[in-house]
Write a protein that binds this ligand. Structure first.
Ligand SMILES: Nc1ncnc2c1ncn2[C@@H]1O[C@H](COP(=O)(O)OP(=O)(O)O)[C@@H](O)[C@H]1O
Ligand SMILES: [Mg+2]
Length: 443
């Protein structure tokens, strides 16, 4: 395995993304390049919603841990998010959505379980809500660690689900005062097997994270798995058996890997993260997420997609520059939001720029020029389905590519040659319109 500091030349990145009746979006479609994505817009425009849509391409409840019904646009019955992405083994398509019947996933057109998403696409995120991770309950840090672990060891999700199933069953026996020894022993044996895998995976992930941290503008975090559980399957099973009377008295399983915590110390000051200043805590978590991205790149050979919500606004100029460099060095498609374009100005044409506004039919996404340039756009093409390409530009935005700009405007979609169809389905590039808006400098 390569070391964490390696620069990777490959990355997972979205080529297009379609949102349908997802939160504030009625219908939106964007085409993307591998570059970092800068997303600006006013408060409430729909920036976090867009990142959340991308996070739904991974297993779980996304970057807001939302209940399924919250994802559905008000008044609609089901949401849908689809994406075409590039990976070292070629392009893949993920489609997912949900309504009353729960969440469905297809990978390359075939129905798949949610956990299978972890094997094809890796998405890491950092949101403002995660700032309180160091003072939150251990369960939140454990979930954070499990997501990290899953990004490095995709099978982790399966072990975690297996352990939790047996744990729930054991807790049910305790609650229902069932004293069947053989039943307890069978469950404890299974908890031993899956639990030992959980602990081993978490230890491996913590070690990989530690190796992927680099001295620099972001603080090094000293990480440790804090567990009261023995390491081997047999020892864990017998510890559980021994603890049975105590657990029965308490009404639940008191010890085991379901109680693990991620211990984090602020390296430079050798102080627990929870005692660090607010700024130091923010820097620590960013440092861990970047280390996670490097570790994923090193172990899987491709940089993950990064979703960094409102991260740039909290960094001073030097650290902001360092963040951009870290992202560019990784080669990751990092989606970064903020209310001000000035925050990202130094990225210039090294990023693709999107602007989100609240429109009559919900949030609308437009390609925009980076602030340093007056008339040259970078985005490849934006075609919110259901709206004509001519609606793509708005006078209120001085940086938008105006209709009629030489070399820009409505062009024939290169993917489908203007037919709007690929393999009998709506063209994923233009959404079936056959046209894309291509500013100068675009595809
Ligand atoms: N299920 C939903 N249906 C319609 N609108 C929603 C839904 N959930 C959230 N919203 C709206 O989305 C907006 C917030 O979008 P968000 O992406 O968080 O904004 P920001 O650009 O500040 O990150 C709010 O106006 C909120 O009312
Ligand atoms: Mg937001």
């Amino acid at each position: 395995m390569r070391t964490g500091a390696d620069v990777t030349s490959t990355a997972l990145f979205l080529r297009n993304l379609t949102l349908t009746r997802f939160r504030s979006y009625t219908a939106a479609r964007i085409a993307l390049e591998r570059q970092p994505v800068v997303i600006t817009g006013a408060n409430g425009a729909g920036k976090t919603n867009l990142l959340e849509a991308v996070s739904m391409l991974s297993p779980g409840r996304g970057l807001r841990s939302a209940a399924g019904e919250d994802l559905v646009a008000t008044g609609a019955e089901a949401w849908h998010v689809a994406a075409l992405f590039d990976s070292p083994d070629g392009p893949h398509e993920i489609a997912t959505g949900g309504g009353a019947g729960g969440r469905q996933v297809t990978i390359d057109g075939k129905a798949a379980p949610q956990v299978a998403l972890a094997n094809v696409l890796r998405v890491l995120w950092l949101t403002p809500a995660m700032d309180r991770l160091w003072v939150a309950a251990p369960s939140e840090r454990r979930r954070f660690l499990d997501r990290i672990t899953m990004s490095l060891i995709p099978d982790h999700a399966e072990a975690a689900t297996g352990y939790e199933r047996s744990l729930r069953e054991r807790n049910r026996l305790i609650r229902d005062q069932i004293t069947d020894r053989a039943w307890f022993a069978a469950l404890e044996a299974r908890m031993g097997e899956t639990g030992a895998i959980l602990i081993a995976n978490r230890r491996r992930a913590v070690a990989q994270l530690a190796a992927a941290q680099v001295e620099g503008p972001f603080p090094v975090a000293d990480l440790a798995l804090e567990t009261d559980a023995p390491d081997t399957a047999a020892d864990l099973a017998s510890a559980l058996a021994e603890a049975r009377p105590r657990d029965i008295a308490a009404g639940r399983t008191l010890a085991g890997p379901h109680r693990d915590d991620l211990g984090v110390r602020y390296g430079a000051k050798d102080m627990p993260a929870r005692l660090a200043s607010t700024g130091e805590q923010k820097a620590l978590i960013l440092s861990i997420v970047l280390a996670n991205a490097r570790a994923v790149a090193a172990s899987s050979g491709a940089a993950p997609i990064l979703l960094l919500d409102e991260v740039a606004a909290h960094l001073d100029e030097e650290r902001r520059g360092a963040l951009f460099e870290a992202v560019l060095t990784l080669g990751a498609q990092a989606w970064m939001t903020g209310t001000e374009t000035a925050l990202f100005a130094s990225l210039g044409e090294r990023a693709q720029w999107l602007e989100i506004r609240e429109g009559e039919r919900g949030s609308e996404i437009r390609a925009r020029n980076h602030p340093g340039r007056a008339s040259v756009g970078r985005a490849k093409g934006i075609c919110p389905s259901g709206t004509g390409a001519s609606e793509m530009t708005e006078k209120a935005n001085p940086d938008a590519v105006p209709p009629g700009t030489p070399g820009s405007g409505e062009n024939i979609c290169s993917r489908c040659g203007g037919t709007g169809k690929v393999d009998g389905k709506d063209c994923p590039e233009c959404g079936g319109t056959g046209k894309v808006v291509t500013p100068i400098g675009g595809a």
